[in-house]
Write a protein that binds this ligand. Structure first.
Ligand code: G3P
Ligand code: CA
Length: 362
């Protein structure tokens, strides 16, 4: 190359740099490097509400099982009681997973924030599972209770040979003003904001992401992605109820971001809010209740990596889909079936689910 050409080329690169900025010029940061920098295992095994295929979600049984199987993270949804205690529960009401209708019939549809911790602790959080899944039922599950965040931390800390990380979602954060600060106080008091502790903070709510980042700037954060209200604008605004489609999973699978620019806009929102990763949904091969929009198409994952974001997909339980989303380029998977995902990643658990449950008193 002549000196003249070399000079023009350098000037061109500098001009492009000035036009699009360093971010725009950056091309496909190696996701392994991104994960290393964030201190996040890759690929990451994220036990969704614990090992919740085999034990009642968000209970001691599901989290102990996930820990003993070897999950990288215990995933949980954070809410707050009327008396200000952080507890772990997915739904914003109690009917599906507890006997609230029997114990508090007049308040059965009230949100979590209507109950004190003492009231919540009277509820049976496991018998629903035995009724729904008789093949996996155990008598001990009928004695399980709702857990506080402190109790999940106790579970994570209880095995010195394997201490999983905590992957904590602020659930319906608009209902719990200040929950991000409350979370910081608990994590700090328990020593989880320093040393080798692995914490990831996640939310669907971009405002909560900003607050999490303000309270805990050094903790890795994930913006969960969705197509619809409060998240990515859809291509079509026809609601499921008006679509004539009988299968909700099939309807979800057709939902797309309005266009590439809209998807990219949400990646930029994630970056600006301090996220190191996104948590997109997946359309599952066999459909079902957890099958949503396909937000892990290869171009989407590539674009996320180009912007320096990892991709953790929710919620995948079938080896066919483990393969599909891995081929598409994701860096970690939320799963209800920790044992299956560990097997898929070539890290099978040393003990069977049955052995662990018996050993741990379930
Ligand atoms: O946290 C993301 C993942 O858990 C999927 O969402 O509804 O199960 O909390 P959800
Ligand atoms: Ca969650």
């Amino acid at each position: 190359m002549s000196a003249q050409w070399s000079k023009h080329l350098s000037q061109g690169i500098i001009a492009a740099w000035l036009l699009v900025g360093a971010e725009g010029m950056a091309r496909a940061e190696d996701p392994a490097v991104l994960a290393e920098r964030a201190g996040i295992p890759r690929p990451a095994v994220i036990a969704h509400r614990g090992a919740s295929f085999d034990a009642p979600e968000s209970t001691r049984a599901s989290y102990v099982l996930a820990r003993e199987l070897g999950a990288d993270y215990l995933e949980m949804d954070l809410q707050r009681t009327r008396d200000g205690v952080l507890i772990v529960m997915h739904d914003d009401t109690l009917q599906r997973t507890t006997d609230v209708a029997r114990k508090f019939p007049e308040r059965k549809d009230k949100p979590i924030s209507d109950f004190t911790l003492a009231e919540l602790k009277t509820l049976d959080a496991g018998s629903w599972f035995n009724q729904a899944y008789p093949a996996r039922a155990r008598d001990s599950y009928g004695k399980l209770h709702i857990l506080t965040l402190d109790q999940v931390i106790d579970i994570a800390e209880a095995n010195p040979a394997h201490r999983p990380g905590l992957y904590i979602e602020t659930k319906v954060p608009q209902q719990f003003p200040g929950i991000e600060r409350d979370l910081k106080h608990v994590l700090k008091a328990r020593g989880w904001l320093q040393g080798e502790h692995k914490v990831v903070l996640q939310t669907f709510d971009k405002d909560s992401l900003v607050l999490l980042n303000k309270e805990m700037p050094h903790v890795p954060k994930v913006l969960l992605l969705w197509v619809g209200a409060g998240s990515i604008e859809p291509q079509s605004s026809v609601a499921f109820a008006d679509s004539g489609e009988p299968d909700k999973a099939a309807w979800y699978a057709r939902q797309q971001p309005r266009d590439r620019a809209e998807f990219e806009r949400w990646l930029d929102i994630a970056k600006a809010g301090g996220a190191v990763a996104t948590g997109p949904s997946a359309a599952l091969t066999h459909g079902g209740e957890q099958s949503y929009m396909d937000l892990v198409q290869p171009w989407m994952n590539q674009l996320s990596h180009d912007k320096g974001l990892l991709v953790h997909v929710y919620t995948v339980d079938d080896p066919v889909d483990f393969q599909k989303v891995s081929d598409a380029g994701v860096d970690g998977i939320f799963t209800n079936r920790t044992a299956e995902l560990l097997k898929f990643y070539g890290r099978p658990a040393r003990s069977s689910i049955e052995q662990i449950l018996v050993r741990e008193g379930f």
